[in-house]
Design a binder for this molecule. Structure first.
Ligand code: NAD
Length: 341
């Protein structure tokens, strides 16, 4: 089996590559990544010399480069993680979100149609459903919940999801979609809530919390998300959407306090900042379908996952210090220059 994994130098894509190479040593994994600010090639250091792994720096919107790659590799599957993924950045500059998240998805699926493929999998998000009220804990997102995205990021993801389903209906492309809740774990870029708070706390810097901090997210350890996608691409039904989430709702402020406690830092570091525009109040996933159809259940409890994650950031200071200093952006050049010698 040959699988193209796009966005594999980012947080979830890299964890998925590690999971797949460990679980299926005979599969060939081809990682496509543009290496935007969010892509970090040093994350993939440990698999670079694996003969079943190839990294190629391509923009998924570049149809010629994607066509060339399909001709060379003749992939069986594509798993698309590549995206602009930060809500705050989408509020500042929506255009690039539309290009990568929607147009890039179209380019990949057009190549899949042309060359034939066993499965195109779109990695989507629960944010396409919009948000839920804080005072209705009985309400959860199911696959039937209407799409009602709030931010340019989530609406670009919703647009891509509609396109994926249209390619199934119109062209019969064998697609699946997963819509997952918030992930946390190793290799998470320190602009997102959990890694940002860990890194700032370690540096005794202020911990900026939006609004009143009471916004609720449904957290899932990244490895559990990777296992869900593994199941969906092998056993999921074509044309179907699967929600992925761990019934683990936490208010942002409680997570920040927990991180302070685990690191022995004072809560005085917490500073409340002006709320994000259109900030979603609560996300909560109903994962019944993936559980009953595919037998998926999350394996890592939040109490354990958060400890493992904090420990990872303590053990891998160089990884995030290189991001803060900007050094990580030179890694690609260094790698390929050293290969030429
Ligand atoms: N992080 C979460 O909690 C979460 C939850 C649900 C779904 N998702 C979805 O999962 C996917 C991965 O999220 P993440 O948190 O790992 O994101 P990330 O920002 O860490 O990684 C995105 C990767 O995509 C690459 N990329 C961006 N534009 C590209 C382009 N035009 N061509 C090729 N590569 C490009 C980046 O260089 C980066 O390596 C996204 O599609 C996101 O919407 C994320």
């Amino acid at each position: 089996m040959k699988i193209i994994v796009t966005g594999g130098a980012g947080f979830i894509g890299s964890n998925f590559i590690f999971h797949m190479l460990n679980t299926y040593p005979n599969y060939r994994i081809i990682c496509v990544d543009k290496l935007t600010y969010a892509g970090n090639l040093s994350t993939l250091k440990s698999v670079m010399d694996n003969s079943n792994f190839r990294f190629i720096k391509i923009d998924i919107c570049d149809s010629e480069a994607i066509e060339q790659l399909f001709m060379e590799e003749k992939p069986d599957m594509v798993v698309n993680f590549a995206a602009e993924s930060h809500v705050d950045r989408s509020i500042e500059n929506p255009g690039i979100f539309l290009e990568t998240n929607i147009m890039g998805t179209a380019v990949l699926m057009d190549a899949c149609r042309k060359h034939g493929i066993k499965r195109y999998h779109q990695v989507s998000t629960d944010e396409v459903y919009g948000d839920l009220p804080l005072d209705r804990p009985d309400l959860l997102f199911t696959e039937e919940t209407p799409l009602y995205a709030s931010s340019p990021y989530s609406s670009s993801k919703a647009g891509a999801d509609l396109l994926v389903l249209a390619y199934f209906r119109t062209y019969g492309l064998p697609v699946t979609i997963s819509r997952c809740s918030n992930n946390y774990g190793p290799y998470h870029f320190p602009e997102k809530l959990i890694p940002l708070m860990i890194v700032n706390a370690l540096n005794n810097k202020p911990l900026p919390v939006y609004g009143d901090g009471k916004n609720v997210r449904d957290w899932l350890y990244v490895e559990d998300h990777c296992k869900a996608i593994d199941l969906i691409i092998h056993k999921g039904r074509e044309g179907e959407v699967y929600n992925v989430g761990g019934h683990n709702e936490m208010a942002n402020i409680d997570i920040v306090k927990l991180i302070c406690k685990e690191l022995g830092k004072s809560e005085d570091l917490i500073t409340y900042v002006t709320d994000r525009k259109g900030h979603d109040r609560r996300y909560a996933i109903d994962p019944t379908k993936i559980h009953t159809e595919l037998g998926w259940l999350p394996e890592t409890k939040f109490e354990d996952g958060i400890k493992k994650t904090i420990q990872w950031y303590l053990d891998n200071r160089e990884w995030w210090e290189d991001i803060i200093s900007g050094e990580y952006q030179h890694y690609y050049k260094k790698m390929y220059e050293s290969k030429k010698e």
